[in-house]
Design a protein around this ligand. Structure first.
Ligand code: PEP
Ligand code: MN
Length: 338
């Protein structure tokens, strides 16, 4: 971090500022320019609050050289983080390409069992399904709640697939004991109290990018969880808001290589919520592999036309099976194993 001091500030004032900064644990080098003094801060500058430094009456400009996240930063952890699950071959990160598939919402035992069997047969490594649903309208189906969680746990026992489902508030956490990975949805990416609580949990977290969040904000959300002691995090690009509403969201494919460069955490893509249209899901899944993603999370429904949520973007089991055959070839080109 570089701090340019306003011209004309006294030596004593600068000395006091340097001491205050050094008390935060960084080393400060002062250099005299033609008309002003510039401070160079070395060490862990994540502890420095940029805004507070900018607000200091002695300071003219603050330039952050290093990212504000540390634990999520690849600079401090060059090797890829790989999440391992109890089931054999269920991994996210490294050379694996993880496929998470299932309905948007858990609707009934029959529905979940039939989709779980189908996606397993086609080679998915994880089962998804929402029990608590964040819906835009309070009149839309809100999910089966606790009953939905019970059905997911049963489906996990029957299929052997680890399960992923969304947690909407801290009070639900105790219900998630047998859930393998907790999803933090786009709408909760900056629910900092929730992130802090999940930092204290030992469960893997699937952290979805907020629909109007920058890459750095996503990484800072991951940093919240990691700062609490939980580094089992998978990041998910699920489309962001743009001006063109042909697709439900705009899939930011470029964020995948960018995230892979900046962080060691695995990055997956949700082509279903990104496009909102099932016929686009195969193309965007292939694009995700080509862009370097570590996996996808895809919605699959046994009867999309009658789905209680997101039918238009859900693949049928047959369409999913075809997609998996294609993805295996693409994964091989990228040196990934499905
Ligand atoms: C979901 O995965 O079911 C979901 C609601 O996703 P998002 O939070 O990305 O909208
Ligand atoms: Mn959905």
């Amino acid at each position: 971090m570089i701090i340019a001091i306003k011209p004309g500030v006294s030596k004593d004032e600068i000395k006091k500022l340097i001491t205050d900064l050094e008390n935060l644990g960084v080393k400060v080098d002062a250099s005299q320019g033609a008309s002003q003094i510039v401070l160079g801060l070395v060490g862990d500058t994540t502890v420095i609050n940029d805004e507070a430094v900018r607000a200091n009456h002695l300071v003219e400009r603050v330039i952050r050289v290093q990212e504000p996240y540390k634990r999520a930063n690849r600079i401090f952890h060059p090797l890829d983080t790989v999440l391992e699950f109890k089931k054999e071959n269920a991994k996210i990160g490294g050379s694996s390409f993880a496929v998470i598939a299932g309905p948007c919402s858990v609707e009934s035992r029959e529905q979940l069992v039939s989709v779980a069997e189908a996606v397993k047969k086609s080679g998915a490594a994880f089962l998804r399904g929402g029990a608590f649903k964040p819906r835009t309208s309070p009149y839309s189906f809100q999910g089966m709640g606790c009953e939905g969680i019970d059905l997911l746990v049963k489906a996990k026992k029957e299929s052997g697939l680890p399960v992923v489902t969304e947690l909407m508030e801290i009070s639900q956490l105790e219900l998630f004991e047998d859930i393998d990975m907790i999803q933090v949805g786009a709408r909760n990416m900056q629910n900092f109290n929730l992130l802090k609580e999940l930092g204290r949990s030992k469960k893997p977290i699937l952290l979805k990018r907020g629909m109007a969040s920058t890459m750095t904000e996503l990484l800072m959300a991951a940093e919240y969880i990691m700062a609490g002691g939980n580094s089992q995090i998978v990041l998910c690009e699920r489309g962001i808001r743009g001006f063109d509403n042909f697709t439900r969201n705009i899939l930011d494919l470029a964020v995948i290589p960018a995230l892979k460069k900046k962080t060691h955490l695995p990055v997956i893509v949700d082509p279903s919520h990104a496009t909102g249209l099932s016929w686009m899901v195969p193309a965007m899944s292939k694009a995700a592999i080509a862009a370097g993603a570590d996996g996808i999370i895809v919605e699959v429904h046994n009867d999309p036309e009658h789905a209680l949520c997101d039918g238009e973007q859900s693949l049928t089991p047959d369409q999913f099976d075809n997609l998996m055959s294609t993805l295996r070839k693409y994964a091989e080109i990228e040196g990934k194993i499905i």
